[in-house]
Design a protein around this ligand. Structure first.
Ligand SMILES: Nc1ncnc2c1ncn2[C@@H]1O[C@H](COP(=O)(O)OP(=O)(O)OP(=O)(O)O)[C@@H](O)[C@H]1O
Ligand SMILES: [Mg+2]
Length: 471
């Protein structure tokens, strides 16, 4: 764009559409001169003799640029500028000031004016300033479009993520949303399981129908059954009238059974039956009701282990686990952290009325290095807390909870210590990798040795050497 600007014929603009300019000056002669000059250069021009007149024209004319004198009787250029900004008008403002009034011009720049022109001016100067401003605006728009593009790519319904493993989940959701198959979403607490369930619903043709979430672990066993299936009046002491259950509520939509691992065994049998013939029966009722419900379940538990321990029916497990989606913990997808931080800051600024503009590097580093056992929810709460505590418009380390400030990555600490010994530093790294591998394989040493690409014997030796006992 920059080079192209030089070869443009006079009278053309770098924008395809004609740009509109509002000229504001109390001197009639000057308004005339500028109007002629700018029209000859291809702009559409309106003029106003005062700040007030200008404001009256702004909405109807919709200028891209406002060229205004600073000093005018009654409302001057500075007040006009301030009013435009306050109204959220995004026209680019250029001020003109007579020699000797440079202070006012500088003040205008501080107030958000793009540039200033000193009077008396040469015609070329005005045109050149405008061209510069146009170019800048074009860049700004391109940037905005680019940012928008990135944001779209890293957003799937309400889920924000750029990490490859989350992007894979986006693709899976898009693929499976349309089918009525049950989906089992697993992942640690706060990792985003419910968001995944909601995204599946919204991407399916059931989006017009209800999304009904229920936390199976939060409702007492004796109430859960009637909650899910409904009851007939008189079915039990408190059943004072007929009641629809959540399966019926979710008819035509999606029922999200959260914490499915907590479902009592007796209800597991009933659920299996519903899944098989899509019929439910209210408590105390003699007839079945046909329902059309897509079931999505979620758990932070390891259902295979629950099955082995006899707490979860194997047949139901297989029925639910047709399409498993595992949401990885935040520490395994740190690339998502900056995106989430930015999102939570923007959202909280709007919600809390704060004006946080970012964070210092120490704070940023701590947020990247922390292990986030509470996952995205913990990050969300951390940001909110820090924003409330912040004193300036930047978050600093002191605004973070102690557990985050203290939990430093051992490798970073080693590197920061100035230690130059390769041997000592490698040991710190080796220990960290072994700990991570053991964590990932839940303590399975054979699998850990495989991912570490060392022999099983070497691993056992190193576990002893580093005294790794807490796994
Ligand atoms: N990728 C993400 N982008 C934006 N917000 C997210 C993301 N993941 C999680 N969140 C937010 O974090 C919080 C926790 O997410 P969610 O409730 O989906 O987690 P969960 O896995 O269901 O947790 P739990 O196991 O505790 O029920 C919510 O406020 C959610 O909006
Ligand atoms: Mg949840």
């Amino acid at each position: 764009m920059r080079n192209q600007l030089l070869v443009l014929a006079p009278g053309t603009s770098i924008f395809c559409t004609v740009r509109r300019i509002l000229v504001v000056d109390d001197e009639e002669n000057l308004r005339l001169v500028l109007r002629t000059l700018l029209r000859r250069n291809g702009y559409e021009v309106e003029t106003a003799a005062s700040g007030e007149d200008a404001l009256g024209l702004v909405d109807s004319f919709g200028p891209d640029f406002v060229i205004t004198d600073v000093r005018m009787p009654k409302m001057g250029g500075l007040d006009l500028l301030a009013t435009l900004k306050a109204k959220g008008n995004d026209a680019t403002v250029i001020v003109m000031s007579a020699y000797g009034n440079t202070d006012l011009a500088l003040e205008a720049m501080k107030g958000g004016a793009y540039d200033y022109i000193q009077k008396p001016f040469k015609p070329d100067e005005v045109v050149l300033t405008l061209r510069k401003a146009e170019e800048r605006e074009l860049l700004r728009r391109e940037n905005r479009a680019l940012r928008e593009e990135i944001r779209k790519e890293h957003r799937f319904e309400d889920i924000l993520a750029k990490s490859p493993n989350m992007q894979a989940i986006f693709r899976t959701i898009a693929k499976i949303a349309e089918y009525k198959t049950t989906v089992l979403v697993t992942g640690e607490s706060g990792s985003g399981k419910e968001l995944v369930a909601r995204a599946i619903h919204r991407r399916s043709s059931r989006r017009g129908g209800p999304f009904v979430p229920i936390n199976c672990g939060a409702i007492p066993e004796n109430l859960l059954e009637s909650e899910l299936f409904g009851h007939k009046k008189g079915a039990f002491t408190d059943a004072i009238s007929d009641r629809r259950g959540l399966f019926e509520e979710a008819d035509g939509g999606t029922l999200f059974l959260d914490e499915i691992g907590e479902l009592p065994l007796a209800l597991q049998v009933k659920l299996l039956r519903v899944l098989e013939d899509e019929k439910i029966r209210r408590l105390g009722e003699a007839r079945d009701i046909q329902v059309d419900v897509r079931i999505i379940t979620a758990t932070h538990r390891d259902l295979t282990a629950e099955t082995k321990a006899g707490r979860f029916r194997e047949d139901l497990y297989y029925r639910l686990n047709v399409l498993p989606i595992h949401v990885p913990p935040l520490r395994d997808r740190r690339e998502d952290i900056p995106l989430l931080i930015e999102h939570f800051i923007t959202r909280n600024n709007a919600r809390l009325g704060t004006n946080i503009r970012g964070m210092d590097s120490e704070c940023r580093r701590l947020l990247y290095e922390y292990s986030w056992p509470g996952n995205v929810r913990e990050l969300e709460n951390t940001i909110e807390r820090a924003m409330v505590l912040a004193e300036g418009d930047q978050l600093v380390a002191a605004d973070l909870a102690e557990r985050i400030r203290e939990a430093r990555d051992p490798v970073q600490m080693q590197l920061a210590s100035g230690e130059l010994s390769v041997k000592k530093t490698m040991r710190v790294i080796e220990e960290l990798l072994i700990r991570r591998a053991l964590q990932k394989t839940k303590g399975n040493r054979t699998r850990a040795a495989e991912v570490l690409e060392i022999s099983h014997r070497a691993l056992l030796y190193k576990i002893k050497d580093y005294q790794i006992t807490d796994l």
